[in-house]
Design a protein around this ligand. Structure first.
Ligand SMILES: *Cc1c(COP(=O)(O)O)cnc(C)c1O
Length: 219
């Protein structure tokens, strides 16, 4: 199956309100070009340097989403062009994004990452940390960032009951936060292996890589 065929097949399964982020990390420019020619305009990357190289060589109407863990000292390299940062998990990072956005006279859209998986290794805020953060005065003064929603990753497991439970937790967190931040409208959850469950549980944005571009080779 070609990238164009894979994209078409996935899009047929997505409800209209769900946005598709094509996760192109590790993939060569030619693969992104193929997806672009099939109409895909939103790409997700997890390394700032790789994303910047791709941004430089591809058409400028592409929206670049940073889906990986962000190091504060690298925010400056994407501040000029990044469309949405999914993995914001601290006030310190948010402050740095705000600072770099101000320098570029931009408002950068962000999602706050919530820890929903059982695994210790996944980044993210607890629900309590999340609520404390958005209630703080330090958060309220940040004018060059816009929190548009939440992002989360479920445990990597075949146990769909577990995965569904974790997505439900994220959705209820989203609904709770929306009472404080009424503009919230993005719920980024679901990857190649679990996006159908995520959509059933209220996802509005799925991040799909291997089902579009094939398995990644990290060697
Ligand atoms: C790599 C990655 C994805 C895509 O994973 P696939 O299983 O290839 O669809 C989604 N979200 C994040 C945060 C990722 O790092």
């Amino acid at each position: 199956m070609s990238i164009a065929d894979n994209l078409k097949k996935i899009k047929e399964k997505l409800p209209e309100q769900v946005t598709l982020v094509a996760v192109s990390k590790t993939k060569p420019i030619g693969d992104l070009q193929s997806a672009y020619e099939s109409g895909q305009r939103i790409f997700g990357e997890n390394k700032i340097q790789e994303m910047t190289e791709k941004w430089e060589s591809l058409p400028k109407d592409i929206k670049w989403h940073m889906i990986g863990h962000v190091q504060r000292n690298k925010v400056k390299y994407m501040a000029e062009y990044v469309d949405l940062i999914h993995g914001v998990d601290s006030l310190r990072l948010l402050k740095e994004i705000n600072k770099q956005a101000l320098k570029k006279k931009r408002v950068i859209s962000c999602l706050l990452q919530v820890h929903i998986a059982e695994e210790e290794t996944k980044f993210g805020l607890s629900q309590k940390e999340l609520l404390t953060m958005v209630d703080s005065d330090d958060f309220k003064v940040l004018k060059n960032i816009k929190v548009k929603g939440l992002m989360g990753m479920a445990t990597f497991t075949d146990d769909t009951t577990q995965v569904r439970k974790e997505f439900k937790t994220l959705k209820s967190c989203f609904d709770l936060l929306k009472t404080k931040l009424p503009d919230l409208h993005v719920l980024s959850m679901g990857m190649s292996g679990d996006y159908q469950i995520a959509i059933e549980e209220g996802s509005t944005m799925v991040r799909i890589g291997s089902s579009i571009f094939g398995a990644r080779n990290y060697s």
